[in-house]
Design a protein around this ligand. Structure first.
Ligand code: DX5
Ligand code: ZN
Length: 228
C-alpha cells in the first residue's frame, strides 16, 4: 500500500548510533528518512548539518532523504545538502527573502523542492509556486523539537491544501509533521495527507517494526475507505 508513505524523523533516534538507527527504521518499513535541520536561530534547537547527511549516505543509506530546513537564511545551505545526498529539500517561506528563487536553487541542485507551513503560516505563499513544488509540508506542531502534541486545527488546513492540489494539474505530495501517532494518523490520512513524518511515534518504541506495522494497519483501513 504505497499511497501512504511513512517518513521516520531521525531527530528522535539515538544520535550516538545514527547510521544503525536509520538503517533499522528503514528495515522496519520506513519509506523516506526525515532529516531535521535546526540552526539555533530560526528555531532554538541545534541539530545536524550536511556532514551528518553525507555520513549516512556513506553508511549505505540509499532511501530517499528529505531535509527539513528549519534555518534562516536558507539559500547558503542548499548546495551543501544537495551535494551531501539530499533527495528533497524543504524550507519555511518566512525564512527566505525570495521564495521562488530558493525553490529554483533547490531544483537546479538536483533535488525535489518542498515548502513548509507552520501552524499559523497562511497558505497564500502557495499562490504562485504550485507549478514548481514537489512537496507541501504542513507542520502540526511549532517547529523546534520532537514529542509535541498534534495541533488539531491542522486537519482543516490539510483538507484545504488537498483541495488546492486536486484542483490543480500538479502532482504534489502532501506531508504532515509533528505529533503524529497511531491514534491520530487515520484522521490525518482521511483529511488528505499522503506522507506522515513520525519521530517519537516510532522511536519511543523498542520494536520499530512492530510500531510501523501497527501504524500501517491503521492506514490500510483508511485506504479501504478511499477505494470503496
Ligand atoms: C519538529 C520536527 C519534526 C519532529 C517530529 O520541529 O520538524 O520532524 O521530529 O517529531 P514527533 O513525531 O515526535 O512530533
Ligand atoms: Zn521535521
Amino acid at each position: 500500500m504505497k499511497n501512504f508513505l511513512l517518513a521516520p524523523s531521525i531527530l528522535s533516534a539515538d544520535f550516538a548510533r545514527l547510521g544503525e538507527e536509520t538503517s533499522n527504521v528503514l528495515l522496519a518499513g520506513g519509506d523516506i528518512i526525515h532529516f531535521d535541520v535546526m540552526d539555533n536561530h530560526y528555531v532554538p534547537n541545534l541539530t545536524m548539518g550536511p556532514m551528518v547527511l553525507k555520513s549516512l549516505r556513506k553508511y549505505n543509506i540509499t532511501a530517499p532523504i528529505e531535509v527539513h530546513l528549519m534555518v534562516k537564511p536558507v539559500d547558503n545551505l542548499i548546495p551543501y545538502f544537495a551535494k551531501a545526498g539530499a533527495s528533497f529539500i524543504s524550507f519555511h517561506p518566512e525564512a527566505t527573502e525570495h521564495i521562488d528563487k530558493t525553490i529554483n536553487l533547490i531544483k537546479n541542485n538536483g533535488c525535489k523542492a518542498g515548502l513548509v507551513f507552520n501552524p499559523s503560516t497562511p497558505l497564500n505563499y502557495l499562490d504562485y509556486v504550485m507549478d514548481k513544488l514537489d512537496l507541501i509540508l504542513l507542520m502540526s506542531v511549532n517547529p523546534g523539537m520532537g514529542g509535541q502534541k498534534f495541533i488539531t486545527s491542522t486537519l482543516s488546513k490539510i483538507r484545504e491544501v488537498r483541495q488546492k492540489i486536486d484542483n490543480s494539474i500538479h502532482n504534489i505530495l502532501l506531508e504532515v509533521d509533528g505529533g503524529i501517532n497511531i491514534n491520530n494518523i487515520a484522521d490525518i490520512a482521511l483529511s488528505g495527507a499522503n506522507i506522515f513524518v513520525i519521530g517519537s511515534g516510532i522511536f519511543s518504541y523498542k520494536n520499530y517494526k512492530e510500531a510501523i506495522t501497527n501504524i500501517r494497519h491503521v492506514l490500510e483501513k483508511v485506504h479501504h475507505v478511499f477505494v470503496n
